[in-house]
Design a protein around this ligand. Structure first.
Ligand SMILES: [Cu+2]
Length: 370
């Protein structure tokens, strides 16, 4: 009892001495990241919703579907990207900003806590990036073999170091009627292809009006390899990113081998939920599958207001210094690549380890078969 009093007094004294200065032991990142440093404000901001208790039959059905073993042996999922280096090339992406009614939680359930998410709590008037055939003639299919093209995140933009990438962008946001753009991290480009609105300076690619188009001319340089985000950086970006305008880029080194599996994970917030690829709660967030022996790669990005961590159960990967990691921090606009050789059969969680985020939807499944 006496010892406890001394400790409390010690903290109070330290705080008094420190005044407005950061507490001893606080890192630079802590000082720059109030959402992480003040968890109580953070929880108040992001848990304002109340939910109906689940309907037992619906909950049971959602659990059965989410936690079932993979129906068939999954096949590797690659699209336009060639598996080995075949020399620098020019790649064209035809992308539109389009409107969709986006359901953050299509099965309407939080299958872990047994809560029901009402349609009006989870439906968003979204504007998303969608990939099209040349000339924006028709949308590319949304399936594993051709790439995820449902909206959040936008289509994965892939290239190798040395490639030229032309993104032909058209703004078809007929609902919000905002100007939009595509600002890419990673690439080298002239200022006109930056896609960021700078009053009196930026050109037509920074604020593409509804019905108009612009082609961004990008180069994958020696410092472009890795996983990166792209997003709207027009004058409407603070409205449009929460409405869905962001995606991921993966640039491979010239002779880098592609993995057998590639999983894109985009952390963000929508309608007060903490989302993975625009969805909240298991069965809505992606359920990824892999087989023992395959090389599995995760392309992780974060958008929005919050700091997150990427945590995967039953697995570890190597950090920059070669040290094992199973939980890695990520802030808005940041990104990283995780790779491992799959050796752990079973059904595993992957999630953000900020517990309020995890509870608020930021969790998914990885199913590994032999
Ligand atoms: Cu988080």
């Amino acid at each position: 009892m006496r010892r406890r009093v001394v400790v409390v007094a010690g903290i109070a004294a330290a705080a008094a001495i420190a005044g407005a200065a950061p507490l001893v032991g606080q890192t630079t990142r802590d000082r720059e990241a109030p959402p992480v440093a003040s968890p109580s404000a953070h929880v108040q901001q992001h848990s304002p919703m109340t939910f109906a208790p689940a309907n037992p039959a619906q909950l049971e059905a959602a659990r059965k579907s989410a936690f079932a073993p993979p129906a068939e042996a999954p096949s590797p999922q690659f699209s336009q990207m060639e598996r080995t280096n075949s020399g620098p090339r020019t790649r064209h992406y035809w992308i539109k900003a389009v409107n969709v009614k986006w359901d953050v939680s299509p099965n309407g359930q939080d299958v872990i806590e047994g809560r029901q998410i009402a349609p009006e709590q989870r439906t968003l008037d979204a504007v998303v990036y969608r990939a099209y055939t040349p000339g924006w003639r028709k949308p590319l299919p949304n399936r594993a073999a051709s790439g995820d093209n449902d909206g959040m995140p936008g289509p994965l933009i892939e290239a190798r170091v040395g490639d030229t990438v032309l993104i032909h962008f058209k703004n078809e946001d007929r609902v919000h009627r905002n100007p939009h753009s595509i600002h890419t991290h990673a690439f080298s480009y002239a200022p006109g292809s930056d896609g960021a609105f700078i009053p009196q300076i930026s050109g037509p690619g920074a604020n593409v009006p509804v019905g108009r188009s612009f082609t961004y001319r990008l180069k994958a340089g020696p410092r472009s390899y890795g996983t990166w985000p792209y997003h709207d950086h027009s004058s409407s970006m603070h409205e449009s990113i929460p409405q869905g305008l962001y995606g991921a880029i993966r640039i491979y080194k010239r002779n880098e081998r592609l993995p057998d599996r590639r999983f894109v994970v985009a952390f963000a917030e929508h309608l007060g939920f903490n989302t993975i690829n625009g969805r909240a709660f298991i069965g809505n967030t992606p359920t990824f599958t892999a087989k023992v022996g395959e090389t599995v790669e995760w392309n992780v990005i974060a958008m929005g207001e919050l700091f997150h961590t990427f945590h995967a159960h039953g697995h570890r990967w190597l950090g920059p210094a070669g040290e094992p990691i199973d939980n890695q921090e990520i802030g808005p606009g940041s990104s990283f690549t995780v790779r491992w050789k799959e050796d752990a059969p079973g059904t595993w969680f992957y999630h953000c380890h900020v517990e309020s985020h995890q509870k608020n939807g930021m969790i998914g499944l990885l199913k590994v078969s032999r």
